[in-house]
Design a protein around this ligand. Structure first.
Ligand SMILES: Nc1ncnc2c1ncn2[C@@H]1O[C@H](COP(=O)(O)OP(=O)(O)O)[C@@H](O)[C@H]1O
Ligand SMILES: [Mg+2]
Length: 305
């Protein structure tokens, strides 16, 4: 790092996003600094309303920050006019949304190459073929989205996001509309994009199982980055998320940390953090470990590499 300056695929620094004015003002991002490196799969976790989508939108140039900066590679988004920003999004960023957002009148293949067609670029046929192979839709290329299952449609959306070889793929709840099996296919595909194509992937999710596919999970609460976990597993993420359900006090992050350390050491939380409530077994927002994957569906397991 001393000689060569390597830019992360995407980054935000001291990011603040305020929606609205006056009494209705919402601070959706409150001084968030984070880097999303190349060849890394990052999951952004946190309760509903914690700022996950806002962080993704601002990092991807779909929305602008109130203060702070956002970079894609070495380019600061705030310095670009609308036209350059649109170009940058088209050429260097791929998007996957919860609703698959495919064009119903186009075939699978046409949907995959649509961003390139719009940009007036000839698709790299070999690359598109390779993508089609990876997403396992070779026999569906001339079908229309309505003829595909939800999981297949989302795999098309992932292929579309990767078609232009972007610097980073942002996915907002990509498995939110899928059953667990289809979700696993899509997550496996994103994992593969990182491992075999060197893609940077940033995925917003509230699902611990989905986060288990990532290399790192970041935790947002009230617009702040409150924690991060390397090599997350569904179990570890679930444990940590339970801490969000402790009574909302003045220091949620402190309660979170205490709860996590209590869970790890099995110590009496009262001895380590007198003011923090102990994590309870019951979690209103996250269903009990029925969603935790078995080894067979295991996310970052060696079988996926
Ligand atoms: N366009 C908007 N106008 C006003 N408030 C918004 C807008 N988008 C998001 N918010 C608010 O910002 C906060 C964070 O929202 P969001 O980033 O969508 O959270 P998450 O994706 O974690 O559920 C919430 O309080 C939400 O109501
Ligand atoms: Mg959201």
């Amino acid at each position: 790092m001393t000689v060569v300056q390597l830019h992360p695929a995407a980054a935000v620094a001291d990011a603040v996003k305020v929606y609205g004015i006056g009494a209705t003002q919402v601070r959706a991002l409150d001084h968030v600094t984070v880097e999303f490196p190349a060849r890394r799969f990052t999951a952004i976790m946190g309760p509903s309303g914690s700022g996950k989508s806002t962080l993704m939108h601002c990092a991807a140039g779909l929305d602008t920050l109130t203060a702070g900066s956002a970079h894609i590679g070495g380019t600061e988004l705030g310095t670009l006019n609308d036209r350059r920003l649109t170009e940058l999004r088209r050429e260097r960023i791929g998007f996957v949304f919860q609703a698959f957002n495919l064009v119903p009148t186009l075939t699978v293949r046409e949907n995959i190459t649509l961003p390139l067609d719009l940009a007036g670029k000839a698709p790299d046929a070999a690359w598109v073929d390779a993508l089609v192979d990876v997403v396992g839709l070779g026999d569906r290329l001339h079908h229309r989205p309505a003829e595909l299952s939800g999981g297949q449609q989302q795999r098309v959306a992932v292929a579309r996001a990767l078609a232009g070889r972007p610097q980073v793929v942002f996915a907002d709840e990509p498995t939110g509309n899928l059953d667990s099996r289809s979700g696993a296919e899509v997550l496996g595909l994103l994992r593969q994009a990182v491992d075999t194509m060197g893609q940077a992937v940033v995925m917003v999710t509230h699902d611990p199982t989905a986060a288990g596919y990532a290399d790192r999970a970041l935790f947002l609460a009230d617009g702040r980055l409150v924690d991060s976990m390397d090599a997350p597993t569904a179990d570890l993420v679930l444990d940590r998320m339970k801490a969000f359900d402790t009574p909302a006090g003045s220091t949620r992050a402190t309660a979170l940390t205490a709860a996590v350390s209590a869970a790890h050491t099995a110590a009496d939380p009262a001895t380590t953090e007198p003011t923090a409530a102990a994590p309870t077994a019951a979690t209103p927002t996250i269903s009990a470990p029925t969603t935790v994957p078995t080894a067979a569906t295991g996310p970052r397991g060696s079988d996926r590499r």
